[in-house]
Design a protein around this ligand. Structure first.
Ligand code: ADP
Ligand code: 5GP
Length: 195
């Protein structure tokens, strides 16, 4: 990719740990950040907007784009459910001078780190416990019981990736996590990346 001198921030964690919440909070703190809208084959949730939360694609369309080399990374995050980051999305946000922020699974975040190295800060959001994760997923009311169980089954595996990332951010008391996220990203912005 051509425009890789820009800084990027990837926020990763098991589902329900608080990625979306922390990403939104960071975007309010730092208006120069812009969210990388991913493509997915999962069903749209009622409140979600195509092109804002995700680009919702059929599996056929997704696989065509994979074959055309349009993704910087993609994963089958859950069985038969695909998610990926489009190269065009990153380039278009960077052309607007934005720091791109990603909400991404642990494998995808690892792949972004490999691709962009020190230009991409990877933040791992750690829930206080698996039990807290379950409660948060239940309280969010966006998945049925079976889907929640699938996400929890995967969480223990995802938690084992913690030491692959630049920073761990514990999300227990939300206001403390928000403040720590702001500090971590502020420090990264001040750090001069060698070109
Ligand atoms: P993710 O994007 O990682 O799946 P979300 O940001 O959607 O997670 O958070 C999952 C649910 O937990 C949401 O309903 C959110 O409002 C809630 N939540 C996030 N952080 C906390 C926290 N520190 N304490 C309690 N609930 C939280
Ligand atoms: P959700 O269905 O809850 O929106 O997201 C499920 C998981 O897919 C989350 O861990 C989320 O971070 C991840 N995800 C979202 N977009 C991408 C992406 O572009 N690539 C990868 N690898 N994972 C993604």
């Amino acid at each position: 990719m051509s425009v890789i001198e820009h800084k990027m921030v990837a926020v990763t964690a098991p589902s329900g740990a608080g990625k979306t919440t922390i990403v939104r909070s960071l975007m309010r703190e730092y208006p120069n950040m812009a969210f990388s809208v991913s493509a997915t084959t999962r069903k749209k949730r009622p409140h979600e907007v195509d092109g804002v939360d995700y680009y919702f694609l059929s599996e056929k369309e997704f696989k065509t784009r994979v074959a055309n080399g349009e993704f910087v990374e993609w994963e089958e995050v859950y069985p038969d459910v695909f998610y990926g980051t489009l190269k065009s999305e990153i380039l278009s946000l960077q052309a607007q001078g934005k720091v791109v922020i990603f909400d991404i699974d642990v494998k995808g975040a690892g792949n972004l780190k490999k691709e962009f190295q020190e230009k991409c800060l990877t933040i791992f959001i750690k829930p206080p416990s698996i039990d807290a994760l379950r409660k948060r997923l239940e309280a969010r009311h966006t998945e049925d019981a079976k889907t929640i169980q699938k996400r929890l089954d995967k969480a223990a595996f995802e938690l084992s990736f913690e030491n692959k990332f630049d920073v761990t951010l514990v999300n227990d008391v939300l206001e403390i996590a928000r403040l720590n996220a702001k500090k971590i990203v502020g420090t990264f912005f001040r750090f001069k990346i060698p070109l």
